[in-house]
Design a protein. Sequence first.
Length: 261
Amino acid sequence: MENAFELRDVSAGYSAKSAILKNITLSIPSGKITAILGANGSGKSTLLRVLSGQLRLSEGALSVFGQDCTKFSRRDFATRIACVVQSRNVPSCTVEELLLCARFPHKGVFSSYSASDKKIVCDVLKRLSLSDFASQKLSTLSGGQRQKVYIAMALAQDTNALLLDEPLSFLDIARQFEIMDLLKNIADEGKTVVLVSHDLTLALEYANKIAVLEHGNLSFSGNPDESAVNALNSVFDVCAKRVILSDGKPRFVFSPKSQLF
């Protein structure tokens, strides 16, 4: 299976003199969930910006679905990759209007929204149980509701890959599981999902691949197994206990090393 993203010896940062990411070599598989984990300031959001074409490489190479990203225009990125960023301004528009904006990369410069565009938006609203909010202004929604709308906007963009920076922010625990189940279904349908998260337990439960960053370096890349847990224990200075749920599924629960389970 073709990898969605291939990074080879990638370094990148926000100034010519200082690289935040350092010599990253990482493969991100298509049609799977990859979780990018690490402490604050480890380079997680910077990595998403590299993958989405928002930040140029200082060194190395990046391919997106088998193609050299240096040949991509902004529109090329936007038709292949949708992003949900960690924070943004709240635009003065309705939920439906925002989702229609997501169709722009697929349109001509002077073309209007088609019946197909409107159907895609309607289907996404239904899928995320947001239909009742379609005519509401974003400013009237709660933080958790807006977070779901931003995820809906990314889905309405109808791309092959979905990049999410802390998608569970502002969500209560029930909605967190709802969103993770949704992302799993999206991956099962063939789309690539890359997410940054501070929730180690949910990341290990849902992700097909784990990448752990530490001070801009890739300290681990692989399956969400005991090796990934050991890497997380080291990076976060925590300890994990493996528990078996009532349905027979394993889950890792993390605790400070100073505390006993």
